[in-house]
Design a protein around this ligand. Structure first.
Ligand SMILES: [Zn+2]
Length: 298
């Protein structure tokens, strides 16, 4: 609506200007000549008027039109408090037009508890997939938010087709699972502060979103930074965004994520967001901050 109004106003201005040109060209010698001259150019004097007149009609009209062109197109302005504005302030391109409150962007971290949130989850089986794709589906059970199962299958099947031995563990973990994990550490004699460094406080583990999975080489399951040397990891990292996944805890972002580098933990955010984050070297917290200004929040 606003755009249409703007176009109409601009059109009306152009029509009026053209009419003015017409009057200037055709009626300059008539009774309107003095009025027009005064309206168009306050400083104009008779000699200037005389000098301009010998020009052809076409040239005069073009000059008038060109001069009036910039007026109807004001420079575009970006709200500094919009995602685009915040990105621009950081020298980043326009971020995707998304609803940050949608399920794909659910944030669970030490500063964001999702309390007892439970996604619509389902058991995920790798049985029936190529032999080089395995999971702990019969052990702890592998579960995901059911909305990412297809993307996960595409992701790991592509890796399997490259010849990698893929092993999935730790998908969805419920709030109560996390309570049990945490209490186990306390029962082992740890202080709560010490336990927090190893096990996420219930409500703050990303595994509780159902959108994350630990993916390791089946023959190299060590979950430490050395995993980055496996060919599987290199392929997963290079291609994850194509399937809507990000490496959630990158090496160079530990101070922002507050979680150690985990070259095994992938998380779904959708292709659009994953691609933007990868292209601009942003971790999820940095991406999220483009949409949610926490300094103005609670
Ligand atoms: Zn994990």
């Amino acid at each position: 609506m606003r755009f249409n109004m703007g176009v109409r106003v601009a059109f009306a201005i152009i029509v009026l200007l053209l009419f003015g040109v017409y009057l200037y060209v055709h009626v300059a010698d008539g009774p309107f000549s003095m009025n027009l001259d005064g309206a168009n150019n306050e400083d104009s004097s008779a000699p200037v008027e005389d000098a301009a007149r010998p020009e052809t009609e076409g040239e005069t009209a073009n000059a008038e039109e060109t001069a009036s062109e910039p007026e109807p197109t004001p420079p575009p302005t970006v709200d500094p408090n919009s995602p685009e504005g915040r990105a621009a302030a950081l020298g980043l391109p326009k971020p995707p037009d998304i609803d940050i409150n949608s399920w794909e962007y659910l944030m669970a971290n030490p500063d964001h508890s999702i309390e007892e949130y439970e996604p619509p989850h389902t058991h995920y089986k790798t049985a029936g997939m190529p032999d080089n794709i395995m999971s702990n589906q019969w052990g702890d059970g592998l579960r995901f938010d059911e909305r990412i199962c297809d993307a996960m299958t595409d992701f790991i099947t592509a890796a399997g087709n490259e010849g990698f031995s893929v092993y999935l563990s730790s998908g969805y973990r419920s709030y109560n699972d996390q309570v049990a994990n945490f209490n186990r550490k306390l029962n082992e004699g740890m202080t709560p502060d010490a336990a927090k460094k190893i096990v996420a406080v219930p409500g703050t583990s990303e595994h509780q979103t159902g959108l994350a999975c630990d993916i390791t080489d089946r023959y190299y399951e060590r979950k430490d930074s050395s995993l980055e040397n496996t060919e599987l990891y290199k392929w997963m990292y290079d291609h994850c965004a194509e399937y809507g996944f990000i490496l959630r805890y990158p090496k160079d972002k530990e101070d922002i994520t507050q979680i150690i580098y985990e070259p095994w933990h992938f998380r779904y955010v959708g292709v659009e967001a994953a691609t933007y984050m990868k292209e601009n070297n942003l971790c999820f917290e940095e991406f999220y901050a483009l949409y949610v200004d926490e300094s103005q929040g609670a």
